[in-house]
Design a protein around this ligand. Structure first.
Ligand code: BDR
Ligand code: CA
Length: 311
């Protein structure tokens, strides 16, 4: 099993990452922390509690993160995720309370208590991850195995022409994480845009008869509608965040390449663009394993099987 801490901003696809992490015995979800991103920090924290309540995972410690990105003002994504951050389903009220700790304190406590190294998975802006590395660098070097994140892109953007949302929200945090020196695995838009769930597959979710699948059916339908705009050229909805957990469960589903990745924080048009040195033009050693493609049917099967787990 892989021990993980999931730092997320739920968020429809974050809720799918939580689903994969809870439903699969290969993953040992030690703690969940939340970031400001898709919605305000109060809402993403509440959404993590509601999602874990739905998933009957109320013993997992949860803590809320920093109120804002490190430098930029917070920009949220209500057009993608709705006013609640998880529009489209009736989720249960939180059945448990967050820890009386900040996100970075919960990460530190979890790492200290773990005898094994832990993977930090980040599916929102990197604010908490960066703060943790800055405040607890030795603990991070001693106890973090790697950081697996959804963010950035090689030549694509979904929030600005060449800028992905998670990195857009907190480029300075991404800069700290990418240059800290821990092994990194990146799930950029290049792979997540291939991780589309098609409409007939969403219908198949609707056919799974348990309360968890019913809720995710509502979430997927809401999330799919934003991506119906023909400008994207999508068949369904890109399931960004669960690519991180799917990689930890079964890396053979993915095609990857190792390269140096950094982030632009100054650019007039490109602040938040991830600069991926695919052809090794800088001579800098590779710091990141970048997911580039995946076996989509196997990925979708993993999602459906995870939902059936609650039958
Ligand atoms: C990322 O942005 C958020 O809206 C999603 O949850 C995902 O983490 C995709 O760009
Ligand atoms: Ca997210």
């Amino acid at each position: 099993t892989t021990k993980i801490i999931l730092d997320c901003d739920p968020g429809h696809d974050d809720a799918l990452a939580l689903l994969l992490a809870v439903a699969n015995p290969m993953i040992d979800l030690l703690a969940v922390t939340t970031s400001a991103g898709n919605q305000t920090p109060a809402k993403t924290l509440n959404n993590a509690l509601r999602t874990l309540t739905l998933l009957q995972a109320t013993t997992i410690p949860v803590a809320g993160g920093n109120q804002t990105p490190l430098v930029a003002p917070l920009e949220t994504a209500p057009e993608v995720h709705g006013e609640s951050g998880l529009d489209g389903a009736e989720l249960p009220a939180p059945g448990f309370a967050p820890q009386p700790l900040t996100a970075i304190e919960l990460i530190a406590q979890t790492l200290r208590q773990s005898t094994e190294k832990v993977t930090l998975v980040v599916t929102g802006p990197m604010t908490n991850a960066a703060l943790f590395l800055r405040v607890y660098p030795e603990l991070a070097r001693e106890k973090l195995a790697q950081i697996v994140y959804m963010g950035g892109a090689m030549g694509l953007g979904n929030w600005r022409p060449s800028v992905e949302f998670n990195i857009f929200v907190d480029p300075e945090a991404a800069k700290i994480v990418m240059n800290f020196g821990l092994p990194l695995v990146m799930a950029p838009l290049n792979v997540t845009h291939r991780a589309q769930i098609h409409k007939d597959e969403i219908a198949a979710v609707g056919g799974i008869d348990n309360p968890v699948a019913h809720a995710y059916f509502g979430l997927l339908n809401f999330f799919e509608r934003y991506h119906e705009d023909p400008k994207w050229g999508f068949v369904g909805a890109p399931l960004h965040d669960p690519c991180t957990i799917a990689w930890l469960i079964d890396p053979t589903m993915f095609t990857t390449a190792k390269m140096h990745v950094d982030v632009e924080t100054q650019g007039e048009l490109t602040r938040g663009e991830t600069v991926c040195d695919y052809y090794q033009l800088t001579g800098q050693p590779a710091n990141t394993e970048v997911l580039l493609d995946l076996d989509r049917p196997r990925f979708i099967k993993l999602i459906l099987d995870s939902l059936k787990h609650f039958n």
